[in-house]
Design a protein around this ligand. Structure first.
Ligand code: GYE
Length: 326
């Protein structure tokens, strides 16, 4: 360890001598972290599309705070990949000690990740995944989306056990690993059952689009819809308005299964408007902060940290709500 610290100090000294050259060497003077100086972190967030996202942003801001030894720059990509690429390039130019980044979509990151690697800046993915070669990033802290989809699908398969049922799906943001993997897991669980997928469209993880797309489903399929799988709480909550406006009772005429388990989602579950909610933990900040500190100190970390998720039925939601943190 002493030797490593010595090496890092040397790297810092070299970086100081060569000011203007490739900045951001992990643990270097420019990226912070040496001698107890704050670690400069650039955080590129997806946007503010959902309750889950707000809780995730708050968790990261809390954990990467000045008081915890960080100088964090926050950038909101407003759900656009080009904004994230620009933010990451600007973090590289600033010579941050680490980049934390929630990739809006799964593909198209190779070039910018190579640029960060060439500048010796570690990249920590939080939340969603990328399809790039794992050598291009340090680690990912997130949830198991395929398992979440599978848990939701199992509920539907078990509920309609052997009976025919017509299903509609509100998918998350097209091309996001959260949507891709939830679809894969869900389809696995309902394969070979009598669940008939009438339609599946994106609602972009927002309430507004969840409502509009559900209105379209109701116009097209009306009362033949038995069950809705919304890939997050917000789209399910938007769909509630559309279902009520169509004169149907959510939770009874149309069963609703969602993912996230935010307070708003669990409230709809507890009052009987949703039927089942699978958890996706957004409180990833402490783990991310811990990993950033280790990486900047030159310690090794795992390639993947997966959060623990559970699932709730209506009675379990009522029990969980009073102490729910997000
Ligand atoms: O489920 C949704 C959010 O990537 C896991 O993104 C996240 C998803 C989450 O907008 O509410």
């Amino acid at each position: 360890m002493k030797k490593l610290m010595g090496m890092l100090a040397m790297a810092g000294a070299v970086a100081l001598v060569l000011t203007g050259c490739a900045a951001g060497d992990a643990g270097s003077a420019s990226g912070g972290g040496a001698d107890g100086s704050p670690i400069k972190v650039g955080f590129s967030q997806v946007g503010a599309e959902s309750g889950w996202r707000s809780a995730n942003t708050a968790s990261l801001k809390d954990a990467l705070s000045d008081a915890n030894g960080f100088k964090m720059t926050f950038s909101d990509a407003q759900q656009k990949q080009e904004n994230q690429i620009a933010a990451i390039r600007s973090f590289i130019t600033q010579g941050v000690g680490a980049i934390v980044f929630a990739p809006v979509v799964e593909t198209g990151w190779d070039d910018v990740l190579k640029e960060a690697k060439d500048a010796n800046i570690p990249v920590i993915l939080q939340d969603r995944a990328v399809d790039s070669d794992p050598s291009l990033y340090t680690t990912r802290v997130g949830d198991d989306f395929e398992k979440e989809g599978e848990t939701a699908g199992k509920y539907v398969a078990d509920t309609f056990n052997g009976k025919k049922a017509n299903l509609v799906v509100l998918e998350g943001t097209t091309g996001s690993s959260a949507a891709n993997d939830r679809t894969t897991g869900f389809n696995k669980a309902i394969a070979g059952t009598d669940i008939n997928v009438l339609d599946s469209l994106t609602g972009n993880f927002t309430r507004a689009e969840g409502k509009t797309v559900m209105e379209g489903f109701l116009q097209k399929y009306g009362k033949t819809i038995n069950v809705l799988f919304a890939q997050n709480d917000d789209m399910g909550l938007g769909a509630l308005d559309a279902i009520k406006a169509a004169g149907l009772t959510p939770g009874k005429d149309i069963q609703i299964v969602t993912i996230d388990a935010t307070k708003d989602g669990l409230t709809a579950l507890s009052t009987g408007e949703f039927n089942y909610v699978v958890e996706c933990n957004p409180l990833l900040g402490d783990k991310v902060a811990d990993v950033v500190k280790k990486v900047v100190a030159g310690e090794s970390v795992d390639k993947l940290y997966v959060a623990d998720d559970q699932a709730f039925d209506q009675a379990q939601a009522t029990v969980a709500l009073p102490t729910r943190k997000y």
